[in-house]
Write a protein that binds this ligand. Structure first.
Ligand SMILES: [Fe+2]
Ligand SMILES: [Fe+2]
Length: 263
């Protein structure tokens, strides 16, 4: 099975090389970088966040140029779901930040944070990561542990930005304190953490897995809205508005609050 999915992955990477460079390059460069991150972790070397940031430059260009739809669609053909999810979170989070007026280096920090937010999953057993169904009471703590592992792995990096650490460490925290690993709540979670959890859930809902089809955008937003006080309702409204035309004024109101937590 591993050999089959490897061939599928290589096929996806081959197809990406045939795409227009503005679509293919963000994918070919980040998948190579993700493999390097995986190799570094396997051999116990520190993660190089500057290289990860460099690999996100074409993605930031793609978003600045309105090419995110094609990137989000093409990435799904890759067999490594942790990479696919990470790249989709990077794209959606950068799109969210871009939509509220974040620019330049700040946008790159957020994009990098998205790409590396789940690096701890690179040490989570595949049978738990790829389990086609609900995890058992014994399996859940192992899955949840990926956040602590990400924090440990990224904590050893000397070139990690504050914003990327927040995204990696707090993308499963919920405003009502019901999230993990720390159960942070309310004012303990800044705008960047609040954006990350919205995007992480939205990304997972709109993605295809072996056990579920991709949910349409509207259904995904419906589920997020039903989560009530677990998520920042204002930011959720801002994120939703980015997918709808004529939303500029509402979105831009948040940029100063996010910028304060990035660098
Ligand atoms: Fe995660
Ligand atoms: Fe995630």
């Amino acid at each position: 099975m591993e050999a089959v999915s490897q061939v599928i992955g290589e096929k996806a990477e081959f197809v990406w090389k045939q795409l227009p460079p503005e679509i293919g390059k963000p994918l070919t460069i980040t998948v190579e970088e993700y493999q390097k991150l995986s190799d570094a972790i396997a051999s116990g070397e520190p993660i190089n966040c500057s290289d990860a940031a460099d690999s996100c430059l074409p993605l930031v260009d793609a978003i600045n140029n309105g090419n995110h739809h094609a990137v989000l669609k093409a990435v799904q053909s890759h067999h490594n779901y942790t990479y696919v999810h990470s790249m989709r979170v990077a794209t959606l989070l950068t799109l969210f930040a871009h939509g509220i007026g974040i620019k330049g280096d700040d946008l790159l920090v957020i994009s990098t944070g998205g790409l590396i937010h789940d690096v701890g999953k690179l040490v989570t057993p595949d049978q738990i990561l790829d389990k086609p169904g609900k995890l058992t009471d014994e399996e859940w703590p192992i899955m949840r542990d990926h956040v602590t592992r990400s924090k440990e792995l990224l904590g050893d990096a000397t070139d990690i930005s504050k914003g990327a650490l927040i995204i990696a460490g707090q993308h499963h925290e919920k405003l009502d304190g019901s999230g993990y690993p720390l159960g942070l709540k309310g004012a303990e979670l800044n705008e960047l953490a609040r954006m990350s959890v919205i995007v992480d859930i939205f990304g997972a809902l709109t993605d295809a897995r072996s056990y579920k089809p991709p949910f349409p955008q509207e259904k995904a937003f419906g589920i997020l809205e039903e989560m009530g006080d677990k998520l920042d309702r204002r930011l959720l409204k801002v994120f939703r508005a980015i997918f709808e035309p004529g939303s500029d004024k509402l979105a831009k109101a948040s940029s100063a609050m996010v910028k304060a937590h990035v660098a």
